[in-house]
Each structure stands twice: as structure tokens, then as C-alpha cells.
Design a protein around this ligand. Structure first.
Ligand code: ACO
Length: 164
């Protein structure tokens, strides 16, 4: 397997992976409107960190986020692993790759996400808390208000080697 990060840049292979990821989100996040998922995954302000099986080039899961470069934080929009591959550690490895990638390529120091209630435990294990440390002026008005989820924050360590 390999971890890759791409956005809708018109490269055929990147689009094929993004469509594969969009299909995983549609299946794993049934409460999210499909058009909304497509719109954000294909939006050029969003990037997706994906885990890909080398053998058949299939996407197994991923995380779509929007980096707010001026504010140095990222908003995680969607996160999922395909059903057959859950609870094998890919969700943890994806988040570790994402933290390192966003720190080293985007200069981010924090992530925010609205976690589904059934995903709060997963995000807690990945270092997210319900206490928001960032000053409200830094993020308020940037991320969309959304009820039906718990706002959670993760601080990215400036030096830690997250990647395995
Ligand atoms: N029920 C209970 N515990 C779980 C579950 C589950 N369904 N899935 C993972 N865990 C636990 C694992 O046991 C593990 O705990 P451990 O570290 O103590 O062993 C930990 O969470 C991480 O497990 P991974 O194998 O790394 O996670 P996985 O590859 O399964 O990915 C994910 C986790 C992304 C939440 C996956 O289960 C999934 O796609 N779920 C459905 C979609 C979803 O709910 N996504 C999040 C919505 S919120 C949002 O997108 C902003």
C-alpha cells in the first residue's frame, strides 16, 4: 500500500483515485448528501490523503480536508475506510500521514472537524479533543457551522515524526 495526497488538478490518475474515495465516503457516510460529498472532494480548495493498494491501484480509504493557509489550520470534511478494510489500522495511519503532510506541505498547526457521534472515539484516539485551544477569531467564520456533530480539535506537534 501507499499513501498519496492529491486534489482535483486534472491529472487522470488523481481523478480516478478521488472518484474511488468519493464512492467510499458515499457508502460509509450515508447521512451526507452524495452531491455534497462530490462537491467537496472535487473542490480545488480541498485535498485528500488516500491509502491505495499497489496491487490493483484501488483506494481503501482517505481523509478530505480544506487547509486554511492564512489561519494555519485545516478542516477535516470527511474521513472513511472501506468496509472490508476497517479496524486494520488504516484509519490511524491515514491520520498520522495527514498530520505530517499538512504540517510539512501546508504549514498547519491544528485540525478541526465536526465528528459524527459514532466517530468521536476514533478521533479521540487520534489525539482530538472537544476542548478547542485555538482562539475563536482564528477559525470562526472559516468553518461551516454544522449540527449533528461534535466540534473537535487536534494540535499538530511541530517536530514529531508521525509517519510510519
Ligand atoms: N467501532 C469501534 N471501534 C472502532 C471502529 C468501530 N466501528 N472502527 C475503528 N475503531 C477503533 C479501533 O478498534 C482502533 O482502536 P485501538 O487503537 O484501540 O485498536 C481505532 O478505532 C482505530 O482503528 P483503525 O483500524 O485505525 O481505524 P479504521 O481503519 O477502522 O478507520 C474509521 C476508522 C475511519 C472511523 C472507519 O471505521 C470508518 O470508515 N467508519 C465509517 C465512517 C465514519 O464514521 N467516518 C467518520 C465520520 S466523521 C467525519 O468524517 C468528519
Amino acid at each position: 500500500i501507499k499513501f498519496v495526497c492529491h486534489y482535483n488538478d486534472g491529472v487522470d490518475q488523481h481523478m480516478i483515485w478521488l472518484i474511488g474515495l468519493k464512492n467510499i465516503f458515499s457508502r460509509q457516510l450515508p447521512n451526507m448528501p452524495k452531491e455534497y460529498i462530490v462537491r467537496l472532494v472535487m473542490d480545488q480548495n480541498h485535498k485528500s490523503l488516500m491509502v491505495v493498494r499497489n496491487k490493483n491501484n484501488n483506494v481503501l480509504g482517505g481523509i478530505t480536508y480544506r487547509p486554511y493557509l492564512s489561519q494555519k489550520f485545516g478542516e477535516i470534511a470527511f474521513c472513511a475506510v472501506t468496509a472490508d478494510e476497517q479496524v486494520k489500522g488504516y484509519g490511524t495511519r491515514l491520520m498520522n500521514h495527514l498530520k505530517q503532510y499538512a504540517r510539512d506541505h501546508d504549514g498547519l498547526t491544528h485540525f478541526l472537524t465536526y465528528a459524527d457521534n459514532n466517530a468521536v472515539d476514533y478521533f479521540t484516539k487520534q489525539g482530538f479533543t472537544k476542548e478547542i485551544e485555538m482562539e475563536k477569531e482564528r477559525w470562526h467564520g472559516y468553518i461551516k457551522d454544522y449540527d449533528g456533530g461534535t466540534l473537535m480539535e487536534c494540535k499538530i506537534d511541530p517536530k514529531f515524526p508521525y509517519r510510519d
